[in-house]
Each structure stands twice: as C-alpha cells, then as structure tokens.
Write a protein that binds this ligand. Sequence first.
Ligand code: UDP
Length: 315
Amino acid sequence: MNILVTGSAGFLGTNLCKRLLDDGHNVVGLDNYYTGLKDNTEFLKNYSNNFKFIEHDIINNMAELDFGKLDWIMNLACPASPPHYQKDPIYTTKVSVLGVLNCMELAQSHNASLFHTSTSEVYGDPKVHPQPESYLGNVNCTGIRACYDEGKRCAESLLFDYHRTTGLPIKVVRIFNTYGPFMDPKDGRVVSNFIIQALKGEDITIYGEGLQTRSFCYVDDLIEGFIKLMNTDKNTLGPMNIGNPDEFTMIELAEKVLALTNSSSKLVFKELPKDDPTRRKPDITKAQEIGWQPKFDLNKGLQPTIEYFRPWCEK
Ligand code: UDP
C-alpha cells in the first residue's frame, strides 16, 4: 500500500515508518520539524528506497502536494510532550484541529482511510481508574495542558462527525505514555530525562513527591497495536486505548532506571507542574478483543531505550 505518515520525523512517526517499510509498504513521510528531527528522516531515507519525504506543516492545505495515490493516511503530527506542546499552545491547538481537518479532506480526495492518533490526555486528571474508552474525562479546559487535551478532544469529535456525515473510513487510537528508541533526548519527558540524567551521573529530577503514576508502553508494542487496529473491519473505528497497564510511580521508575544503568545519581524533588495528572492506567479490554497484548515489561523495554541514549550521552 501507499501510506502517508504525518509527523514522520517524530519518535512514534519514525518507529511507525520503519515498521511499515519492513512490512513492504511504500511510505511518504511528512513533517515540518517543529519537534521532529532531521536525523530521523535521514535514518528512514537510508533504511529504504520505498521511503519518500515531504517537508510541510499539516495546518496548511495538502491538496497540491504530490503523494501519488494514497491508501492510508496516518496522522501522528502534533507536539506531544508537555514542554513541547506548551511552548506555543495556540499552535498546538491549530495542529490538532486544523491538521486533522486537512488530513480528513486529503483522505477523502484520495478515497483513503484515516488513522488518527489521539491520547490518554483526553481523560485529563482521571477520576475513574483504570481508564476505559467510555470514561468521558476530567480536563481543566482553561489550564496549561488544555491546548493539547482539548485540541485532541476536538480532533476526535471532528473525526466522528466527518465519519458520520461523509462515511470517511477512520480509526482512532488513544496513546498512553510510550518510550523507546528514537525518543527526542530533549523533549523533557520523564523516561528520556531520567535515563539521560542517570547515564550522565546528574541528579534525577522528580516533580512533586514522585507518587503520581503512569503506565509505560514500549514503542514496538504500541506500533503492533496500530497495525492490529488498521487490519480490523471497517466498523471498528475506536477510539481504542493502546498502552501497557503496568502502573508505576515516578519514584519506582527512577529506581528502575538507576538499577539498569548502574548509576549513583541522586533523586532531587522539584515543583510539580500545574494540572499534572495524579494517575494514569489504560483499561485495554477493547484492544485485547482485537488480539493485542503488550509483550515488553518495563525492564525489557528500558534496556534498548538506555542503549539508544547511551551514545547521545557520551557526545
Ligand atoms: N516528570 C518527572 N520528572 C521529569 C519529567 C517528568 O517527575 O524530569 C513527571 C511529570 O510531572 C509527570 C510524569 O513524570 O507526572 C510523566 O511526565 P511526562 O512529561 O513524561 O508525560 P505526561 O504523562 O505528563 O504527559
């Protein structure tokens, strides 16, 4: 198939393009390098001749771009780590909302299907635990995370309205915290921060008391979930949680990273960012029903992630 991946130079985009190329597809990657890395595009170009790249921002119309005839559009483009999406919050909302509109129009003009990546952030600071897709969420719509949370919520509503009114084939995943190779060392996320700090012997920065929880999914498991959802029948639209339900406090995560890196870095406690969700864990019943199950526990997934960051820390 001929597949467009928006956000191809990002962490998930790069991993997804690699997997689609391995599976024998032609892939067009698109990115504007707002947070994506040129090194990732170079990696993909060297990886396969079936990869083509277009530099473009999805908030701008895509009708004039030369993709060939597309079978699927997979929309991953959006700043996604809190420091990145809060840098220019108005732009983040535009990417979420205008970007998905442009993807839907493009998909319709190609008679293609649209796969959209939403987020566990639609649940906000959840009052239901673990979070099933039916939970409607608890988002502070005027807070500093709202540009991303509400942008992604609006994108979901646009997708389902567009589907209901035009019949456009859609699939929507809600991604929980994910880690692995090709993460941006500078995106400020907890896994990359802790690994880099541990490898460099710097203090490990715990925000708040470190008792907040997250459930961390290794990227290969997540991408396998995407492929499984793509291959479901046309009536399976989602939204579907994809994430690993093993839940850890940030202190537990720090201790695991310290043990696996053999580091003597010390834990230091910093101010908790505003609206930081207290806990997060996916209910994956729906994903299990399509035959998906995460295979990497945190120990198994952290090892290749640490090796990915090691040369970067020695630079
Ligand atoms: N966090 C932390 N230290 C860091 C970076 C993040 O303790 O150096 C915490 C952050 O406050 C949050 C959790 O780790 O509670 C996950 O943060 P991340 O930015 O990775 O993703 P989020 O799930 O908040 O979008």
